[in-house]
Design a binder for this molecule. Structure first.
Ligand SMILES: Nc1ncnc2c1ncn2[C@@H]1O[C@H](COP(=O)(O)OP(=O)(O)OP(=O)(O)O)[C@@H](O)[C@H]1O
Ligand SMILES: [Mg+2]
Length: 154
């Protein structure tokens, strides 16, 4: 059953901390599609995920010009993809996301530009409609408890 969780992230540090909690929970095979307007905070979330996955600080850059970065952390390999440049209807067959998932977790900015539904992604939306507080929403058909826990206050 599709469900969703929301969390308010007023400051960049809140978004970073949420990303870090997600990153600590990720395992190979996790596919996260990130969506939200330009500058919403998708890359900030991935920076946090990288920290949580044991990847050295400063490794994550916005991959707008490079389609695919691979970060090898102490705990996890994190693939960071950004489809913005490819635009809607992006053909990502060459990236072979299914194979990337064999050895790592995959976070895809502008994930809505490609047809990824058959890989059953979790969707993370950064909603900036309230300028005072980003709201980060997690949605999916089957959200693992270890990832949902990142949205709780514990
Ligand atoms: N609460 C917040 N959460 C995240 N980022 C914030 C927040 N408040 C301000 N910011 C700022 O918003 C910007 C978010 O940039 P970021 O590169 O993460 O966006 P993006 O969604 O990846 O954009 P793009 O679509 O261009 O890749 C940063 O400059 C960050 O400092
Ligand atoms: Mg970005």
């Amino acid at each position: 059953m599709r469900s969703s969780l929301r969390r308010s992230c007023p400051a960049e540090t809140d978004t970073l901390a949420l990303g870090e909690r997600i990153g600590r929970a990720l395992v190979p095979g996790d596919l996260l599609c990130l969506t939200g307007v330009l500058g919403a905070g998708k890359t900030v979330l991935v920076r946090g995920m990288a920290l949580g996955a044991g990847i050295r600080e400063g490794a994550v850059r916005s991959p707008t010009f490079v389609l695919h970065h691979v970060y090898r952390g102490t705990r996890l390999v994190l693939h960071h993809i950004d489809l913005y440049r490819l635009g809607p209807g992006a053909d990502i067959a060459l990236l072979d996301v299914a194979t990337l998932l064999d050895d790592g977790a995959v976070a895809i900015e502008w994930g809505e530009f490609a047809d990824l539904q058959r890989l059953a992604p979790l969707w993370i939306t950064v909603d900036t409609s309230d300028p005072a507080a980003r709201v980060v929403e997690l949605a999916g058909e089957s959200i693992p408890e270890r990832i949902a826990a990142a949205w709780s206050d514990a």
